[in-house]
Design a protein around this ligand. Structure first.
Ligand SMILES: [Zn+2]
Length: 204
């Protein structure tokens, strides 16, 4: 915590004054254009890799960047998705996987999770990702293949959320699948099959 306390002091002293005008404008206006669903992994920092300013990204982070498919009753992830899409009206929604993901490694390598039963239960939301990986003919135990198949699988889960389905039908929301490589700092866009694709051109 020592480093964090120093960081807070440095933010107040050096960083905030340079952005005081930005924060003044944001003080009563929350209008992010993009929702970013990433892994809780400490090495994947959405604002850093997209070079976004405060106010730009609505961030949801979960273990393995998993988004449970819609189900009756509320949960934190579903509520955050609904708020971003239905209330804030984001125009873009990104699911970003990453290299060396602990969640995907545990699944791909069938690690013993008996000491972390809640994690094991949560990772069931990647069952379809595993099925897609096997169907794609990836070698057993391939973490990279699972990371890539998990992104479109979670995008598919997102489409089951009523707010997302509504916005997609209205043409007001675009879904994106990305993978961030920690070692090289590169971000790849993926198509619906989990293959690399060109970043979609943005309409002016
Ligand atoms: Zn991860």
């Amino acid at each position: 915590m020592h480093d964090i306390a120093q960081g807070l002091a440095r933010f107040r002293r050096e960083v905030f004054p340079a952005k005081a005008e930005l924060f003044a404008g944001l003080a009563a206006a929350h209008r992010p254009a993009t929702a970013f669903i990433g892994c809780s992994d400490a090495r994947v920092v959405p604002e850093l890799i997209t070079q976004s300013e405060p106010g730009d990204l609505f961030v949801i982070r979960t273990a393995g960047n998993l988004v449970p498919a819609h189900a009756p009753g509320s949960d934190a992830v579903a509520a955050a998705v609904e708020y971003a899409v239905a209330v804030l009206g984001v125009s873009d929604l990104v699911v970003c996987g990453h290299s060396d993901c602990g969640a995907m490694t545990a699944l791909a390598e069938q690690r013993d999770l008996s000491g972390a039963p809640l994690v094991a239960d949560w990772l069931r939301h990647a069952d379809a990702s595993r099925a897609r990986t096997a169907a794609a003919g990836a070698p057993a135990g391939s973490v990279d293949a699972l990371v890539r198949q998990n992104v479109p699988a979670q995008l598919t889960n997102l489409t089951t959320h009523p707010s997302v389905a509504r916005a997609l039908a209205a043409g007001s929301l675009t879904l994106h699948g990305w993978v961030f490589d920690i070692a090289s700092g590169t971000v790849e866009a993926l198509d619906a099959a989990g293959r690399p694709t060109a970043f979609a051109a943005r309409a002016a």
